[in-house]
Design a protein around this ligand. Structure first.
Ligand SMILES: *Cc1c(COP(=O)(O)O)cnc(C)c1O
Length: 442
């Protein structure tokens, strides 16, 4: 900018407007909530011409102020100087939009650090690649998101990585048995969970898994970290870091993105674990792009609003569906208690802050009834995915899980009369009217 003498307008207007303001995280001893911090945390308008919203930084590389600073940075990166590297260098490693996103992601679960990825699966793949080597075992709950199962069994299997699993609803004894067997077989690199499991909705007892890990590996040189896919309930309704998990994984495509208009992933956890995963992300370039990061910043501002409304809507819709004559059963976490599932209800009470808005609807009948219902829906769209502002419905047996072998399908409860529903933020009574007329059309 050219030199100029400040005018009165500058002093009272522009200059004052863009002067840096220290970030507020507490007011009068009150720690501000995540929903408040989403509007400003990690971004100083003074660094971007006073722009209220962060600009999208489209650049592949960043300028060093001088050669010594360049050297200092690479000494930090390579470990020649303790303390690591600071600042931005190259966009495969990070950028301003992604950094702000990571700061804000971490806030929701009070995680020490967070990373953003190009998809949920690239987050999961980067996590695995950073932790395992040939001969290692991954212990996991089952079922997992189908692509995660493929990644563990088929892809990592090709590189000599083994796995052992326990059912998502397993008790402490069952978990202990699998954990002990895995320990006998060699190095356990990672314990990987998904709760609630898709599409069974079975909850994993994260506290029991952590206690089991600590007991079984009490005398071992290293304790395997516990990672958990928290896509379905997080971060509003389930915060597994508070229940003994070390690493939380997200498909940000779902509730966090929330508008069905982007694909992204996230990983949260302690600095120690995140640094290992970051090194792998830096190597293979699975970071999200600046534009998607910016879209996610917009999404996070309304995360609590959207998820709260979707959760309230789901409670009303599920209550309606549960009482309907053409409905066999509603697999909704809010009904665990009244459906008499004491063990799952106990896990729910200890771990969850809400029942979510994605559930399983079992109709009376089979494929014919499911298809008639799906085709009759007028508001709800027929599509896979979940956690968006709009209500979606799909038929797992005929769509997402069509290639699952028959015995496993019935074991998982993926029957022809199952419809998966993700409730959005529409008017609850409108949704009920839609489901009512679609049930009448069967
Ligand atoms: C969608 C999803 C994934 C994969 O995420 P992408 O963003 O599609 O790569 C992983 N886990 C769960 C539970 C999911 O729902």
């Amino acid at each position: 900018m050219p030199d100029k003498t400040p005018t009165e307008a500058d002093m009272t207007g522009v200059e004052a407007r863009i002067s840096p303001k220290p970030e507020v995280e507490k007011i009068g001893g009150r720690k501000l909530k995540a929903s408040t911090l989403m509007m400003g945390h990690g971004y100083d308008p003074a660094l971007s011409e006073g722009s209220l919203k962060p600009p999208i930084f489209l650049t592949s590389t960043f300028v060093f102020p001088n050669a010594a600073a360049g050297k200092r940075h690479f000494e930090g990166v390579t470990g020649k100087r303790p303390g690591g590297a600071e600042g931005l260098v190259y966009s495969r490693f990070n950028g301003p939009n992604q950094e702000i996103l990571e700061d804000r992601l971490g806030v929701w679960e009070e995680a020490e650090d967070a990373l953003a990825f190009s998809s949920g699966m690239s987050a999961i793949a980067t996590l695995f690649l950073s932790m395992v080597k040939p001969g290692d075992t991954i212990v996991h709950s089952g079922p997992l998101y189908a692509a995660t199962e493929t990644l563990i069994a088929r892809v990592l299997g090709k590189f000599g990585v083994n796995y052992l699993d326990f059912p998502a609803g397993a008790t402490r004894d069952q978990i202990d048995a699998v954990m002990a067997q895995a320990k006998d077989e060699g190095r356990v690199a990672l314990i990987y969970l998904e709760s609630p499991a898709n599409p069974t909705n079975a909850l994993v007892d994260v506290e029991a898994v952590a206690a089991s890990r600590d007991a079984i590996f009490a005398d071992a040189d290293e304790k395997p970290p516990i990672a958990i896919d928290n896509t379905f309930l997080g971060p509003l309704w389930h915060q597994p870091l508070k229940h003994g998990a070390d690493i939380v994984v997200y498909s940000l495509t779902k509730y966090a993105g929330g508008h069905s208009d982007l694909v992204a992933g996230g990983v949260l956890g302690s600095k120690e674990h995140i640094n290992i995963i970051r090194a792998m992300r830096n190597t293979i370039g699975t970071i999200t792009d600046p534009n998607t990061a910016w879209m996610l910043l917009r999404s996070l501002e309304t995360l609590e609003l959207r998820m709260s409304r979707a959760g309230e809507n789901a409670a009303k819709v599920c209550r309606f569906l549960n009482d309907h004559a053409k409905v066999e059963r509603v697999g909704y976490l809010g009904f665990l208690e009244e459906q008499g599932d004491a063990q799952q209800a106990d896990i729910y009470r200890r771990h969850c802050l809400g029942a979510g808005s994605t559930f399983s609807l079992y109709l009376k009948g089979g494929e014919r009834e499911s298809f008639a219902f799906l085709d009759a829906l007028r508001i709800a769209k027929l599509a896979v995915s979940l956690g968006g502002t709009e209500t979606l419905a799909s038929h797992p047996a005929g769509m997402t899980h069509i290639s699952v072998a028959e015995p496993r399908k019935s074991q998982l409860g993926i029957t022809d009369n199952l419809v998966r529903i993700s409730i959005g933020v529409e008017d609850a009574d409108d949704l009920i009217a839609d489901f009512d007329q679609a049930l009448a059309a069967i």
